[in-house]
Write a protein that binds this ligand. Structure first.
Ligand code: GLY
Length: 391
């Protein structure tokens, strides 16, 4: 977006240097800029090139949660963050991030799934959340594409009216635009080769064009965070779980809601596009879609939603979800480095948690205090000898 400073310099280029132009990095840039910090963000390709650009944008804590725990509480907070942010961004930079509470219908394909989803319905309603059980013959009332035989072949479904969605790449774009409006600089096509240290302090980032110095560095580079952390001897156990999606277009009959099975989801977007996702391929760094991915998604969708056979195919994409071994985010100060913040490993929840993570990381940087809700997700949990190895 903008050019590099003329030459490497020991002078700080910003108050905070952020590595990674996905939803996490851009959200941190946004919240820091709002609070008056000078921000420089480095992105090695272009904004939202990674998982954020491929994500279907579901805001789905209830549908993803097997049980009630600290992570579930975090994801509910994350969901609540989106609607007010979307309104603010619309007024601020004129971009509609398509935040809609369209609800999610999680269908059960067999008796075992029915039992499991009814168990979830019980604990979620006991917690005061809206979650309604639908029998097979009621599915069509909720989602017309499941009317008749399509619905009757299923074993029922869990209707979650408060789940929602956003248009993920547009959210990144809007956060970036709002940051730039407040003076943030975003350098696309700029590779962060390594972190730079002096003693036990991080002093900046080396790029092919030279070193950039800043008193605070945030590593929000998704799956690439691990390699960068290693340049200063830090082990950040984050690896890829590749997800492939197919973008479709519904020409006449269009799904009204997001519909999930255990294997795939169908997400109708505001403009008539439908996103069908997603594979989960552990350890795969190859960002190209494959025929096997296409086959798996098509089969899974047609099995429960025969009408999907009428959708036309627009394209196919893949992204690398950054995942820790325990599948929880890694957010907080890097062990041994006071001025390096890690914000990565959001796995299936980067878009959902992006705005909240951005706000709380900005607070951490500006006040020195980490939100207590993030304590279970600190990088410290992977330190050898850590008493609490999982949240
Ligand atoms: N959040 C859905 C996915 O990662 O596939």
């Amino acid at each position: 977006m903008q050019s590099l400073p003329n030459r490497p310099t020991a002078e700080p280029v910003a108050d905070v240097l952020i590595i990674g132009g996905g939803v996490i990095g851009c959200s941190i840039a946004y919240h820091l800029s709002l609070a008056g910090s000078r921000v420089l963000l480095l992105e090695r390709e272009h904004l939202a090139v990674g998982a954020s650009g491929v994500s279907a944008g579901m805001l789905a804590p209830q549908v993803e949660a097997p049980f009630d725990d600290a992570f579930f509480a975090l994801t509910l907070r994350g969901r609540a963050e989106h609607a007010p942010l979307a309104q603010t961004l619309l007024e601020d930079v004129g971009l509609d991030v398509e935040c809609r509470a369209t609800g999610i219908l999680r269908v059960a394909r067999d008796e075992a799934e029915r039992v499991e989803l009814q168990r979830r319905q019980r604990w979620q309603t006991a917690r005061g959340l809206r979650a309604e059980w639908l029998e097979p013959n009621e599915l069509g009332d909720c989602e017309p594409l499941l009317a008749g035989a399509a619905g009757r072949l299923l074993a029922g479904g869990l209707w979650l009216p408060d789940e929602g969605q956003v248009r993920s790449p547009r959210l990144v774009q809007a956060l970036a635009a709002a940051s730039v409006k407040r003076g943030a600089r975003l350098l696309e096509g700029t590779w962060a080769v390594s972190l730079e240290t002096e003693g036990d302090r991080i002093v900046g980032v080396r790029t092919p064009a030279g070193a950039l110095h800043a008193p605070m560095v945030v590593l929000a580079a998704g799956v690439w965070s691990k390699d960068l952390a290693r340049t200063v001897g830090l082990e950040v156990p984050v690896g890829p779980v590749k997800g492939q999606v197919i973008t479709l277009r519904a020409l006449n009959r269009f799904p009204c809601h997001v519909v999930w099975t255990g294997e795939c989801y169908v997400v109708p977007k505001v403009d008539g596009q439908v996103i069908l996702g997603a594979t989960e391929e552990d350890g795969n760094y190859d960002r190209r879609p494959t025929l096997a991915g296409l086959g798996m998604l098509a089969e899974a969708a047609l099995e429960f939603l025969p009408w999907a056979g009428q959708f036309t195919v627009e394209g196919m994409w893949a992204g690398l979800r950054p995942a820790a071994p325990d599948r929880y985010p890694i957010v907080g100060r890097a062990p041994g480095y006071d001025n390096l913040i890690l914000a990565t490993a959001h796995f299936r929840n980067g878009v959902l948690l992006g705005p909240l993570t951005g706000r709380w990381v900005a607070d951490l940087i500006r006040t020195g205090t980490l939100a207590p809700e993030l304590a279970p997700f600190s990088p410290e949990r992977f330190q050898t000898g850590s008493a609490d190895a999982s949240p």
